[in-house]
Structure formats: structure tokens, C-alpha cells
Write a protein that binds this ligand. Structure first.
Ligand code: AQP
Length: 335
């Protein structure tokens, strides 16, 4: 029996991924790729909704793909490709936009937040239709599950609505996907501002642990992480957001339970605890960084792997797109 299908992706919006991307997404992807027929994409078309330097975007796209592989996504097992290499994403997004309500798209909270932040003149139509492109990404592959953070739940709900609407209007075409929402404990916060999500696009670099940071820099960032004056290593998200965040990172990277870590550091103060965590971080990311840099040293080989995977993705995507074109009544070109 064939494995159920999984789809997920990340934007190439920085030179390096951050520890939140690693814990919140990559670690789970790595585990899930065993039981699922997984498609992992570097969603460069989505990244165009923010201003980009073209040469830098190309470089960030390669770097993101290299970090997927270095973190354990196996291109021989999973389909790891660049979104823009498969034209069907943009083509299906157009068709889906014709069954999406204007008001429906306008209710997406991520769009509302971002458009408020940037103002309507600086907000592109691409940002408005971002969730429709995301729906196309998912539906092209007849996806069963979409592992996403809490913040993306509304977009997967929209994807489900669009799939159901299309199916009822034109006949059964798309599998209706299920979101798999990561628990709140998988959310990582900024080390300097532990109530804000750690993010690739954070204003300051000081609170972001980058996968490709030099190990000495990562260790320093952990040692300087904001804590509190209470002095006990204890998980309490409300009262001790800084220490709780460090505990979550520690537990996620070691596979240990938070109470066991609290016990180990009982009565030892934050200095020891941070030293322990710095070691964990360096041990985990050192090899990932080395492998990613090695892959980036041979861009031709990396491009070859991405091209072969794009061909695999294209086979599946074009089958769905062909069915969609037929269903909506587009005339087939004769060969
Ligand atoms: N802080 C985080 N904690 C847990 N998970 C996180 N993810 C991101 N930050 C954290 C997960 O990583 C994936 C990345 O998705 P994305 O690149 O499409 O964008 P994002 O979620 O907006 O991530 P960033 O790092 O904050 O990027 P920018 O700054 O470009 O917006 C998702 O699975 C997300 O849940």
C-alpha cells in the first residue's frame, strides 16, 4: 500500500534558518519522512511577496535547500525541490483564485496583520493571494497531511474549503488535506525578547540562533539570553518566559523531558544551565552547519539534486493540474 502524502515548505527569506525553523519544522519533517511520501519545497515564489535582491534570493534558495539536507531531509527518500521549478504551482494558484471569495481571502489574519504593518500601498496583491498559492502547493500533490505551526492553521483551513468547493462544483478532484498543528511547546521565542516568536526576519540578530552561525557565536548568544532575577531553572511560560524558552530548546534538542532538566540544574543557577545548553546547541548544529557548508561548496551538484527532485514533483503536480484543466473546461492543446 502506498504511503500517505505530506507537504510542507519554508521561505528562503534569510541566509540561514533559525533554531525555531529547526525545532518547529525540520526535526518533525525528518521523522515524518519515514512514514509519509513527503514533499518538501523551498517556497521561493512565496518569498517574492517581500522585497528581495534577485541575486540574494537565488543564494538564499540554495542555502535553504542545503540546510534541509544537512538537517536530515533525504532527497533520495523525500521529494525536496524548489517551488518555482514546478510551473504547476503558479498555474493552479490562478485557477484556485477564481473559486476564492475576495472577502474570504481578506479575512486571513496574516494578511491583515502584514498589510496593517506595511500600509496598503506597500502591500502587494501577491501578499493578498499568498494563501491561494499555498493552497495550490498543497492540493497539487493530493496531500493527506500538512504539518504547520499554529499561525498557518487558518491557511490550511482555507485550503480545505477551496478543495471542497472545487470538488463539489466540478466533481471529485482534490484530496482534502488535514493540518497537523505543532504543539505550543514546539514554538521557540527570541532569546532577547522571549515573548516574541524567533523569526528569520527579526529586527535584531542578537536573539536569533542561526543554524549557520559560527559555534562560538551561538554559544555567546545562549550565554547572553534574557532570563530573570529568580535564579531557579523552572518552566513557567507566564512568569519566566526566558528560562522556559531555553528549557524548551534544551528538551527539544536532547529529546529529554523538561522536569528531568529542571532536576539536573536544581540549585545550580543560570550560568551552569546556559553553559549546558550552549554545549547542546553547538553539538547539534556544528555537524549541520558543516554539512550545509560542504553542500554549498558544490552548487552544481546541489542544483542537480534539486533538478532531479523537481522532475519527480512535476510528474505528480502535472497529473493534478491536467485533471483540473479538464474539469474547468480548458481546451487541451493537441500534441
Ligand atoms: N519560532 C518558531 N518556533 C517554532 N516553529 C517556527 N517556525 C518558524 N519560526 C518558528 C516554523 O518554521 C517553518 C518556516 O516557515 P516559513 O519560512 O514559511 O516562515 P515563518 O513561519 O514566518 O518563519 P520565520 O522564520 O519567522 O520566517 P520569516 O521571518 O521569513 O517570516 C514553519 O513550519 C513555521 O511554523
Amino acid at each position: 500500500m502506498s504511503k500517505p502524502r505530506l507537504y510542507s515548505g519554508m521561505q528562503p527569506s534569510a541566509d540561514s534558518l533559525q533554531v525555531g525553523n529547526y525545532i518547529g519544522a525540520l526535526m518533525q519533517w525528518r521523522d515524518l519522512q519515514e512514514a509519509y511520501d513527503a514533499f518538501f519545497s523551498v517556497v521561493d515564489l512565496h518569498a517574492l511577496t517581500q522585497p528581495n535582491d534577485p541575486a540574494e534570493l537565488r543564494e538564499k534558495t540554495r542555502r535553504t535547500a542545503a540546510q534541509y539536507i544537512a538537517a536530515g531531509i533525504e532527497p533520495a527518500k523525500s521529494t525536496l525541490y524548489v517551488q518555482s521549478h514546478v510551473a504547476a504551482h503558479a498555474e493552479l494558484a490562478w485557477i484556485l483564485s477564481t473559486v476564492t471569495g475576495f472577502g474570504e481571502a481578506g479575512r486571513m489574519t496574516q494578511f491583515k496583520d502584514k498589510s496593517q504593518r506595511y500600509g496598503s500601498d506597500a502591500t502587494s496583491v501577491g501578499l493578498f493571494t499568498y494563501p491561494v498559492l499555498m493552497a495550490a502547493d498543497i492540493l497539487l500533490y493530493q496531500t493527506d497531511i500538512v504539518p504547520v505551526g499554529d499561525d498557518q492553521k487558518q491557511h490550511v483551513e482555507l485550503t480545505r474549503d477551496l478543495a471542497e468547493r472545487f470538488n463539489s462544483r466540478y466533481g471529485d478532484t482534490f484530496r482534502v488535506p488535514m493540518p497537523v498543528i505543532q504543539q505550543d511547546t514546539a514554538r521557540i521565542y527570541d532569546l532577547q525578547n522571549p515573548t516574541a516568536k524567533m523569526s528569520k526576519s527579526a529586527e535584531s540578530d542578537a536573539g536569533v540562533l542561526w543554524l549557520l552561525d559560527d559555534p562560538a557565536v551561538s554559544a555567546k548568544k545562549v550565554m547572553r539570553a534574557v532570563t530573570d532575577s529568580d535564579g531557579t531553572v523552572r518552566y513557567d511560560r507566564e512568569a519566566k518566559p526566558g528560562v522556559s524558552n531555553l528549557l524548551v530548546i534544551y528538551a527539544a534538542l536532547t529529546g529529554r523531558q523538561i522536569p528531568a532538566i529542571e532536576d539536573e540544574y536544581a540549585g545550580r543557577g543560570y550560568g551552569d544551565f546556559k553553559k549546558g545548553l550552549a554545549e547542546v546547541v553547538v553539538n547539534e548544529f556544528g555537524p549541520v552547519r558543516e554539512r550545509a557548508l560542504e553542500l554549498l561548496d558544490d552548487p552544481a551538484e546541489l542544483d542537480r539534486v534539486l533538478a532531479a527532485n523537481a522532475a519527480k514533483a512535476e510528474d505528480v503536480a502535472n497529473r493534478t493540474l491536467g485533471a483540473v484543466y479538464d474539469k474547468v473546461g480548458l481546451l487541451r492543446r493537441t500534441r
